[in-house]
Design a protein around this ligand. Sequence first.
Ligand code: SF4
Length: 211
Amino acid sequence: MRKEERYKEVINWFKENVPVAETELHYDNPYELLIAVILSAQCTDKRVNMITPALFEAFPKPEVMAASTPEVVYEYIKSVSYPNNKAKHLVGMAKMLISDFKGIVPSDIDELQKLPGVGRKTANVIASVVYDKPAMAVDTHVFRVSNRIGLTDNSKTPLETERELVKHIPKNLLSIAHHWLILHGRYICIARKPKCEQCGLKPWCKYFLQQ
Ligand code: SF4
């Protein structure tokens, strides 16, 4: 099957079967989403959603977070993975938001990556979810599912995957495609043993067709 055809069929299937796909993280504004995405590294969205209400209430604005210390923030986030590092990142991120960005979460991917705790994946999530930019954030699910389906050819790095997906997926669908692939990887095409019997992508999935 040609790659163009595979992309077309897979996108059509998702459009028909998953018309709505959004982040499962809870947030009310770009600052809160940035915090939630930083916290979600190596951690489940469910766990992050359990602790963010109290965190957002205690630190409702970057100014408040910037004036705090990692030790204080740690107490609110100690049940997520790597709480020490993440507490330092959150305070550092808030400080830089105030000093360099007038307290506003930037929309540019390079500027976002200057913030402590913000790598390329997080920057792409913010650019795409908050600012509707044609960006593709590649996390472990997007990476694995793209290789399995054959949207990428045994890609070795997230950046390779990002470039390939951005090349083939129409710009206006990149944002929702990110969520399609994440949710598919989280619930159907899971890491250990994909649930192919429940999957509607079988007719075009390279992994399934090669079995
Ligand atoms: S058919 Fe199997 S391997 Fe392919 S996308 Fe579906 S669950 Fe994943």
